[in-house]
Design a protein around this ligand. Structure first.
Ligand code: PXL
Length: 283
């Protein structure tokens, strides 16, 4: 069988482990050929570093896409993440329309923010555009902040309150609302159903079912886990896993990486120390 191929539209941040520095090794070890279209080159990610450089690649994206079109390249998956400008919303939407085949899996990770706030480089217009882009997806992977932005609701964190029954009902309702009447699958990340656990609330458009996937988690914020989640999920779906299986794998992998990272006492900005554990994903 030929190696399946994914076009990945995400940024390249030199230091701090996120986006393409996570997506490429993860997809590769899962047996997927990753073809990156970098939306921007940054010296570091934007979460907690000051003075990072930012090279906007907006002009380059349609040029690279046109070249790929002239080569008649086909992709089994198109996966988008962090975008570098408002104009990139339409460019990525055009890319999806141009390259999507009948069996292409389109994953939009609507990267916009965390902890109730947009990332430094995201404008309100970009966030509104991300909601339009997400409409083209088969699967979306928002965190709770991004889900609130997409639904036009106030952000409500999972922690606190202690009423986990209410949390669970709320997370289920959010995942289903994000599916737009069951049209697309949703893996809502950062969904905690019990103290000391976190994971994802998944609505699977194929089955119409909503299921939670959880793992025990050390209470410690880590950078770049959302990109790992969406990458492992995409790799799993491309291998034929169900949404729940693929999300389960992603949550388990992040759990193992988080334990390792916390044990080493790495700073939050350095991201998740995932490289030594990549072999787990090869199986
Ligand atoms: O992990 C999401 C992400 C991706 N890319 C860049 C970021 C962030 C989050 O801060 O800054 C550049």
């Amino acid at each position: 069988m030929p190696t399946p191929r994914a076009a990945v539209i995400h940024d390249l941040s030199g230091f701090g482990r996120c986006s393409l520095t996570e997506v490429i090794p993860i997809l590769s070890v899962m047996g997927v050929q990753c073809c990156p279209l970098p939306t921007a080159f940054l010296s570091t990610h934007t979460g907690g570093f000051e003075g990072f450089t930012f090279l906007d690649m907006t002009e380059e994206l349609p040029r690279a896409a046109a070249h790929w079109k002239s080569l008649d390249l086909k992709f089994q998956a198109i996966y988008s993440g962090f975008l570098g400008s408002e104009r990139q919303i339409d460019i990525v939407a055009d890319f999806i329309r141009d390259f999507r085949g009948p069996d292409t899996l389109v994953v939009v990770d609507p990267v916009m923010g965390d902890d109730g706030r947009a990332y430094q480089t995201y404008t309100p217009a970009m966030c509104a555009g991300m909601a339009r882009l997400a409409e083209l997806a088969d699967v979306i992977t928002p965190n709770l902040t991004e889900a609130a932005f997409l639904l036009g609701r106030d952000y409500e964190p999972c922690s606190g309150g202690g009423d986990f029954q209410r949390h669970e009902a709320r997370l289920r309702e959010m995942a289903e609302a994000l599916s737009q009447n069951g049209k697309r699958s949703v893996a809502l990340t950062g969904a905690s159903l019990r103290e000391g656990q976190t994971g994802a609330m998944c609505f699977d458009a194929r089955t119409g079912r909503t299921e939670a996937v959880q793992a025990e988690f050390v209470a410690h914020p880590l950078h770049g886990t959302g990109d790992i989640f969406a990458s492992v999920l995409t790799g799993g779906l491309m291998r034929g896993n169900s949404l729940e299986e693929a999300a389960g794998r992603a949550v388990e992998f992040i759990h193992d990486c988080a334990v390792r990272t916390v044990a080493q006492g790495l700073s939050l900005q350095e991201g998740v120390d995932f490289e030594p554990l990549l072999g787990e994903l090869a199986r």
